[in-house]
Design a protein around this ligand. Sequence first.
Ligand SMILES: Nc1ncnc2c1ncn2[C@@H]1O[C@H](COP(=O)(O)OP(=O)(O)OP(=O)(O)O)[C@@H](O)[C@H]1O
Length: 443
Amino acid sequence: MAEDIAISVNDVSKMYKLYDNPMDRLKESLGLSRKKKYKEHYALNHVSFQVHKGETVGIIGTNGSGKSTILKIITGVLSPTAGEIAVNGRISALLELGAGFNGEYSGLENVYLNGSMIGFSREEIDAKLQSILDFADIGDFIYQPVKTYSSGMFVRLAFAVAINIDPEILIVDEALSVGDVFFQAKCYRKFEEFKEMGKTILLVSHDLSSIGKYCDRVVLLNKGEKLAEGGAKEMVNLYRRVLVNQYDDADLEENTDDVEDTEENQDPENQTAGADVSLKVHDGDGKAMKDSLNLNPEVLEYGSKLGEIVDFAIRDDTGMISNVIEKGKEFSVQMKVKFQADVSDPIFAFTLKDLKGTEITGTNTMYEHTPLKPQKAGDVREITFKQVMPLEAGEYMLCLGCTGYKDGDFTVFHRLYDVCNLTVITDKKAVGYFDLFSKVSVK
Ligand SMILES: Nc1ncnc2c1ncn2[C@@H]1O[C@H](COP(=O)(O)OP(=O)(O)OP(=O)(O)O)[C@@H](O)[C@H]1O
């Protein structure tokens, strides 16, 4: 293996035998059955890629695409069915919660257990102990058995061990999503430090904004195969297409087919400054737009439904329906409302909240000076809010609303809280919640 390569994955496959019932497995292992009683399931199928020393590489893909399997094979937890792995450097890995820890032992005992497994002497671990305890910051819990820990506490200790044993290669599988935001921030700072020190990081995450921010290169897995590898932005965009096509890679080439031209949907009469709002009389039912989004199964809704939000979408600057929007790019929020009664002065609204529930921003047709005429029962309207995304990279929740007047009384027709997530990605950082898009000049 070349000197500058830290990890080399060469034509690796992992096959699991799936048995219809446990007896078949037992019979086969005892040599009592001559017929093949299992189905072959390839968690990984001829996957190859390399990670250069000092690179931060991300692995992304839908659930079950093989991300954890490849990390387990690289770290030696699993052996491949075929293919080869070569690693050049000391690995420290943070795999699934619990991996490498013994629940009956205290946190402190586990620190020593973990350290010795990686090959450190007791004295060497003694020397690192204070930094591990400081980073984990779990107080006296360090003397309690690990089985009593919350998942957050556990990940604090596991991460503290993983980064303080001075690895050359750090491998992290999703684990950070369990920690609280402050701890996550501390871990990402550590990633930056590691990058600056020229260490190699391999990261699996569903958090596309972190992938976009930290990774030099990304490998996209789909159904056990490597779909592509390349720059973070390019791969995240490709992944969005995989998601939009409902995980069907056969459609990859046709990713823009179901894109409606949002320009056509706009009525120039109704446009205003700020968020552009357009209202359209809806002309027939096709496939629901919302089906192409990642929806919250536990959406909270209320209202009389005299004006019902029957469909909605988030669209990126190309018009593609997606939960992922790039900072600084145009995007739109659309909703289709069906009126069940005659109503006057309906108002349509959307807000974006952070994961803690704070409303970060939002607008409505009244604020945007786009009044709507009274609506008749049976009318269907499609409202599009078009604007530029100023929010900093991260996860947000979309809320939609339709209110108005019925018989002179203000009424909530329909509100959908946290209807879907909206992930903002960027490779251009800013401090805080949003970007001022400053223009810098030097004299
Ligand atoms: N022990 C096992 N026996 C049989 N099949 C398995 C086993 N472990 C994993 N698989 C299968 O292998 C495939 C890849 O799983 P893997 O956990 O690597 O996916 P993943 O991309 O990490 O998914 P997620 O994002 O949900 O964590 C899946 O289809 C999974 O069901």
